[in-house]
Design a protein around this ligand. Structure first.
Ligand code: NAD
Ligand code: MG
Length: 394
């Protein structure tokens, strides 16, 4: 029986993973080692019972008593706290879904690689903050990382049977997010509610706001560089409002391979779950005659400063990704709390990159997980300061 664990099981990607497992036969077919979640104890306990997990772990230590109570008599063990989540990653499993949001996903994914598992990686922050470390750890232990981000799954699929050396360019598609058609001068006044109205994808709250600011695409550009090992100048971003082409690979003979499908994360989750085979997936089939047209436009960097910052991060490498991601997480928290404006998220991140410049290290300098976590911490402190300096300002 195939064994598996899901980190971030109660989130958007986690729930869709559970949905696919259920459809494939659930506990009758898979041995579920661990499920982790956050404050949603009710849902975590419910899915752990249904999938007969060995252990359910909440990130929130104050939820332990309730989790124990809800799992009483089920045979599912309960645990809580960040350390418990990290330890859970030491439990061997054949397939591990990394779907915690943010830098909190790094350590569990890293530790899961040590037992040579297949790591289905939705947590793009892992590659952005510690790409070289993560890839080296996978190689050391014979583990396999499979991308779950829809763009990277599309690229991965467009590369099957091809030589990465014949790739000329990788074209990431972006919906442009909820504020795509707003006049530029109105963006500074955009509210959380405005930024959450994503045109195509139903996702977690944080990534939805990051889509509107294109911080999500900025993370994905860096993720592409780290995962596929291509040069930054080979990576392009194009706005494709329909979100039907999930990304493309351009080869040196001029051919472009595109991956199309409905905007449904179960495409890429299912591909990672069934890889290297393909199984039936419960996703909508495209009616191309009805769709009729696919449109594209170049992104405007004044509207999406995050894309410009991603270029700087790729040029710097070293710990720049860790600083960038941590500063972005804090800026997003402050925007969600109504303390800074929509466009100020990018200016906070830019200020942190400038302030940490001397601490980022040389390109390709060896780094450790501790270096990454220390930079994550430093950048959060500096981002907090930068955000306070901007609160209330226009
Ligand atoms: P989400 O917010 O819906 O769920 C996050 C999960 O992580 C939940 O289970 C939550 O309880 C848990 N979690 C939150 N903070 C935690 C912490 N500090 N420690 C441990 N667990 C914690 O997020 P999501 O939208 O499912 O995204 C998950 C990851 O997948 C992110 O890295 C995101 O960028 C990536 N991703 C998501 C989508 C999507 O469609 N939602 C698409 C592509 C990539
Ligand atoms: Mg994506």
């Amino acid at each position: 029986m195939r064994s598996l664990s899901i980190f971030g099981a109660t989130g958007s990607v986690g729930e869709q993973t559970v949905d696919l497992l259920r459809r494939a036969g659930g506990a009758e077919v898979f041995r579920v080692v661990a499920l982790t979640g956050g404050r949603n104890i009710v849902r975590l306990a419910e899915m752990a019972r249904e999938l007969r997990a060995e252990v359910a772990v909440s990130a929130d230590p104050s939820g332990l008593a309730e989790l124990r109570e809800r799992l009483a008599g089920s045979g599912v063990a309960a645990a809580a706290g960040p350390e418990a989540i990290a330890e859970t990653a030491d439990r061997p499993a054949d397939w591990v879904m990394s779907a915690i949001v943010g830098a909190a996903g790094l350590v569990p994914g890293f530790r899961a690689l040590r037992h040579g598992a297949v790591l289905a990686l939705a947590n793009k922050e892992s590659l952005v903050t510690a790409g070289p470390l993560l890839m080296a750890e996978a190689a050391r232990h014979g583990a396999r990382i499979l991308p779950v981000d829809s763009e990277h799954s599309a690229i991965f699929q467009a590369l099957v049977g091809e030589d990465i050396g014949s790739v000329e360019r990788i074209i990431l598609t972006a919906s442009g997010g909820a504020l795509r058609d707003w006049p530029l001068e109105n963006l500074a006044k955009a509210t959380v509610k405005d930024a959450l109205a994503h045109p195509n994808w139903a996702m977690g709250q944080r990534i939805t706001i990051d889509s509107a600011s294109m911080f999500n695409k900025a993370l994905e550009v860096i993720e592409t560089r780290e995962f596929f090992g291509v040069s930054p100048h080979q990576i392009e971003v194009i706005i494709h409002p329909e979100s039907l082409i999930h990304s493309m690979v351009g080869y040196r003979d001029g051919a472009i391979m595109a991956h199309l499908g409905a905007p449904d994360m179960r495409h890429s989750i299912g591909y990672a779950l069934n890889w290297p085979e393909r199984s039936h997936l419960p996703v909508a089939r495209l009616d191309l005659a009805q769709i009729a047209t696919l449109t594209f436009r170049a992104p405007d960097l004044a509207r999406y400063p995050a894309l410009r910052l991603a270029r700087d991060v790729m040029d710097r490498r070293g710990l720049a990704g860790a600083a960038f991601n941590a500063a972005k997480e804090v800026a997003l928290d402050r925007f969600l709390a109504g303390q800074i404006g929509f466009m100020q998220m990018a200016s906070v991140v830019e200020a942190v990159l400038e302030a940490t410049d001397a601490d980022l290290g040389r390109e390709n300098a060896p780094m450790t997980l501790e270096d990454v976590l220390a930079m994550d911490h430093l950048a959060r402190v500096r981002a907090g300061e930068a955000a306070r300096g901007r609160a209330g300002a226009d």
